[in-house]
Design a protein around this ligand. Structure first.
Ligand SMILES: [Zn+2]
Ligand SMILES: [Zn+2]
Length: 717
């Protein structure tokens, strides 16, 4: 009797056997107790399961008619589960994120401009029609893209300027045309592009590190690799670190290939998600651009993977399966036997190390495109030349902003801190507002008049009186966030038009599009933003960048603090002077002689990397050694402590491996759970995952306790 092994979309269960027949990779429905569950048929020899008696096997209920998960993806799922110590079912779920994608098509009503001009034109209508040229979507989506209310769009529908269209959720995507607009490349670009094209034609695994200063035209170069994959009839996956970056990418892509690629991100509505998944699984979606979750989708015909801004730490997933999308992308390319391009102006030390080892090929673009110069960087000493009390912009920076305003050029102020102030306290009794669920201060947000915890999302209105001493109007904000800088700018330059760019204001591609449109049409003089504005954008009239607090990132003290600060400030500096006008960058710091700031000012990239790499090598830190974190948490403090101590006691004694902790985590409480951490530091020569599996497999803990393993951790909270 035929039997089939099935991996369920259920992290708590291992593989199970059923009676029936299905090719490996097929999506199936099976009974589980009284319920029905979805799963994927798997090669029995690759997944051990409890052997069940023939007689007790239950039958498969259904083999779905959706495309099967290809073999290389099944191998990737196995590898990811094994490397990151994650349940197979949890990894599988990332490949089948939407079970609705497996059902039949539906009809939805979308809207698009007709080109008719309404009889009565208002400024809002004009703005809307200008910004939705070539777009199609729901009323709310068009309204968001246009920066107007839904009512304005509905009004335009009544006038006939916008029409309704019935579309099947599965209507096909347009095909990008590799010859739509072939750009003229500069010599270094052309050489790099040719190396990439040759690799795409060769159809073999090869990682490339495309290392080029900001504004050197990396995107144009890897677009030529995409063009080659298109000519070969194969699919390309482009990973971006943030969905907010999708918009500028889509614009450039459309300019090169004549239509948008298929986007995959958390902002898709269900019908769009379904349509994209089907098109990807059927090989119809030729180019897919997405956040890290796009990595596990079932491309049957992948020819190329590109990871843009590959140094970004947001590629590391910090909950659920703790994987690093850059590293998994390289593994997927290996399993698919295709090239993978890691593009960055500030590559991670890990990636540079792979070049040294000869595993990655390096392609360098040392010059800015079109002869634009890298901006001049100047430190501003906050000790010798501080801003006035209660202000955050040094006198020199204020002068420069004034000058830039008068010249009609745009400026950017960078501070990687959302909200108005990171800490609120009572000036009468000293009470500090802490999150009830986390070891974290409540951050004041003036736009929404609330205090918010950035770790768990807990919010409360700003109280009028202190909850401790009941004094009224006694609360003071300590330290700056971007909203407070915006206030200072408004007070200094009341005539300046500003935009605050953070994940609070730019939470969707449509919001990003609105911001880009405002910048490009010159409606903004000064942008105040978090790391969200440090990359991807290209605004030729932006000539001045001010870094409000260069010391901020260095205070955390984790192993990548200096590297991250260097990358972030170099990236944000790269926003200045991308057009014909030269750019200037001012870095405010209390310690301008710190090696990182000094390297930034001197533009000494190689010197900085060398010193950092040496320090890592000496301490046997990644990429020279390995780390894994074990995070033990529970709502019951005693349980967490007891379980962590038990895990600590059970630590095996292995040569070239030390175990630190357990100790309370920096975030000792998070979302109401008490947390302890153990940190494992090992040499690369030992099989760390096997050791961890054996170790944790031999320890028991109560149900209230959660134990998460973070292999190659990036967060040390
Ligand atoms: Zn008080
Ligand atoms: Zn919290």
């Amino acid at each position: 009797m035929p039997r089939v092994r099935v991996l369920l979309l259920n992290a708590a269960l291992g593989p199970l056997d059923y009676r029936g027949d299905a090719e490996p990779g097929s999506v199936v429905v099976v009974p589980l107790g009284p319920r029905q569950e979805m799963g994927v048929a798997w090669e029995a020899e690759r997944l051990p399961a409890n052997e069940i008696d023939e007689a007790r096997l239950r039958p498969l209920l259904q083999v779905l008619d959706s495309p099967p998960l290809p073999a290389p993806l099944r191998r990737l799922i196995e590898w990811t589960s094994d490397y990151y110590l994650a349940p197979l079912g949890a990894v599988l779920r990332m490949a089948l994120p939407s079970t609705s994608a497996l059902g039949g098509a539906r009809i939805v009503t979308e809207y698009r401009p007709t080109g008719l001009v309404p009889d009565r034109m208002t400024p809002q209508r004009e703005q809307a029609l200008e910004r939705i040229v070539g777009r199609q979507g729901l009323v709310g989506e068009l309204a968001a893209a246009a920066g107007v209310s839904d009512a304005v769009v509905r009004g335009l529908v009544k006038t006939g300027a916008i029409e309704a269209v019935e579309v099947s959720t599965d209507h096909p995507y347009p095909r990008p045309d590799p010859d739509f607009h072939v750009p003229v490349l500069e010599a270094a670009q052309a050489e790099a592009a040719e190396a990439l094209r040759a690799s795409v034609r060769e159809r073999a695994f090869q990682p490339f590190l495309l290392d080029g200063v900001t504004g050197s035209g990396k995107t144009e170069v890897y677009f030529e690799a995409i063009a080659e994959a298109l000519r070969q009839g194969r699919q390309t996956l482009v990973l971006l670190p943030e969905i907010a970056l999708t918009e500028p990418f889509l614009q450039r892509f459309t300019g090169r290939f004549g239509c948008e690629p298929v986007a995959w991100h958390s902002g898709l509505r269900q019908s769009q998600r379904r349509r994209a998944w089907r098109a990807i699984a059927e090989g119809e979606a030729r180019v897919v651009v997405g956040a890290r979750s796009a990595l596990f989708l079932p491309y049957p015909n992948l020819g190329l993977i590109a990871v843009d801004e590959a140094h970004e730490t947001s590629f590391k997933q910090e909950d659920g399966v703790h994987y690093h999308a850059r590293d998994v992308a390289v593994m997927r390319a290996k399993l698919e036997e295709v090239p993978v391009i890691l593009a960055s102006a500030t590559p991670a030390i890990e990636s540079r190390h792979q070049v040294t080892l000869g595993v990655y090929k390096e392609l360098k673009l040392p010059e800015r495109f079109g002869g634009a110069e890298m901006p001049a960087i100047e430190p501003l000493n906050l000790v010798s030349d501080p801003p006035p009390r209660g202000r955050w912009l040094a006198p020199r920076l204020v002068e420069e902003l004034q000058g830039n305003l008068e010249a009609g050029e745009q400026s950017l102020l960078f501070l990687n801190r959302r909200g108005y102030a990171p800490l609120t306290l009572c000036r009468h009794c000293g009470h500090r507002f802490q999150c009830p669920n986390c070891t974290a201060w409540m951050v004041e947000h003036r736009f929404t008049a609330r205090l918010a915890c950035h770790h768990c999302g807990h919010v409360m209105p700003v109280p009028r009186m202190c909850p401790e001493c009941h004094e009224e109007e006694s609360l003071v904000a300590c330290g700056p966030g971007v909203e407070r800088i915006a206030d200072e700018v408004a007070a200094l330059f009341p005539e300046a038009r500003t935009a605050v760019v953070t994940s609070d204001t730019i939470w969707s591609p449509a919001k990003a599009a609105e911001f880009v449109a405002r910048m490009e049409s010159g409606e903004v003089d000064i942008v105040i933003g978090t790391q969200l504005v440090t990359k991807g954008y290209h605004f030729p009239n932006l000539t001045l960048v001010g870094v409000i607090d260069a010391d901020l990132g260095l205070s955390g003290g984790d192993l990548r603090a200096a590297e991250r600060t260097f990358q972030q400030i170099r990236q944000v500096s790269g926003r200045a002077g991308r057009g014909e006008k030269p750019g200037r960058v001012f870095i405010q710091s209390h310690d301008p002689d710190a090696p990182v700031i000094d390297a930034l000012v001197r533009g000494d990239v190689e010197g900085f990397y060398e010193a950092e790499t040496d320090a890592r090598r000496e301490a046997a830190m990644p990429p020279f050694g390995r780390l894994a974190a074990i995070i033990v948490s529970s709502e019951k403090e005693a349980d967490a402590k007891e379980a962590a101590a038990r895990i600590g006691r059970a630590a095996p004694s292995v040569d070239n491996m030390i175990v630190l902790g357990p100790a309370p985590a920096a975030l000792a409480m998070l979302r109401g759970r008490h947390r302890l951490r153990l940190l494992v530091h090992a040499s690369r020569s030992i099989p760390l995952q096997d050791i961890l599996r054996d170790w944790l497999g031999g320890v028991e803990w109560p149900k209230s306790v959660r134990v998460a393993v973070d292999v190659d951790p990036y967060s040390f909270l």
